[in-house]
Design a binder for this molecule. Structure first.
Ligand SMILES: O=C(O)CCC(=O)C(=O)O
Ligand SMILES: [Fe+2]
Length: 238
């Protein structure tokens, strides 16, 4: 386990990729992973939003152009995680909030994924993702100009510039150019041949020719929504 009192986010910087990506293996313990999974799966059924290729839960409020009516994140999404975010100063550049106020939980069954996309302007440009239960491979694509985009027949024909292996219990942080000028996505696959991917964060003990089988992955995507509206703003002061 990492001793978070004695490390710096820079120690986890992924080399030879554009700025900035950080990857921390074993960010949480197996016990913490299990506790988080239990909480995710004990959420009331209406909390799940089912999309074509994944299910999700939205915690913290719905970000919109006008702002987000913020609801406090439940403690189980913070307990084993926020102290480490603070120690690593992941969200410290964010002027208003030093910790995330929003968390999107995605669940992908084997064979599911997410189209290449940008996280966009509702969020402060830092995203921190905890992976639970299964690994996945995140593909990073350089953004095309609008003109080129219109010429693309199918967005999935994009060739990723590079990829990252996200192991269960790991944390990935994307900031700067990787947030602002790159798209990220997860291919819809049941297994991955690592040798066919340009993976930039492989540890020495992972066989770069391995073929991995995906199982159900749950990801916790933490972000800051800076534009928030206070609830009860119309309440009369008495
Ligand atoms: O599951 C992941 O790691 C990525 C999720 C994602 O890109 C998003 O929710 O915007
Ligand atoms: Fe995203």
């Amino acid at each position: 386990m990492v001793d978070f009192d004695n490390v710096n986010l820079k120690d986890f910087k992924i080399e030879n990729i554009p700025d900035s990506g950080f990857y921390i293996r074993d960010f949480i313990s197996e016990k913490e992973e299990q506790e988080l999974l239990n909480k995710v799966y004990s959420a009331p059924k209406p909390k799940w939003v089912t999309l074509k290729n994944r299910r999700l839960q939205n915690w913290g409020g719905k970000p919109t152009e006008r702002g987000m009516i913020a609801e406090p994140l439940p403690s189980w999404l913070k307990d084993s995680i926020f102290s480490k975010f603070s120690q690593l100063e992941i969200f410290n550049n964010c002027s208003k909030f030093k910790l995330p106020n929003h968390c999107l939980i995605n669940e992908y069954e084997s064979g599911q994924g997410i189209m290449p996309h940008e996280d966009g302007p509702f969020y402060y440009p830092t995203v921190a993702t905890v992976s639970l239960n299964s690994y996945t491979i995140l593909d990073l694509y350089k953004r095309r100009t609008e003109e080129k985009l219109n010429l693309e027949q199918n967005v999935t024909n994009f060739i990723p510039e590079f990829s990252l292996l996200l192991e269960p219990r790991s944390l990935l942080v994307l900031q700067d150019d990787l947030y602002k000028t790159y798209l990220h996505g997860i291919e819809e696959r049941k297994s991955d041949n690592l040798s066919q991917k340009n993976i930039m964060n492989l540890s020495d003990d992972v066989n770069s020719d391995a073929i991995l089988e995906r199982s159900t992955r749950v990801s916790l995507t933490y972000r800051v929504v800076e534009k928030v509206m206070k609830v009860g703003i119309f309440k009369k002061n008495t």
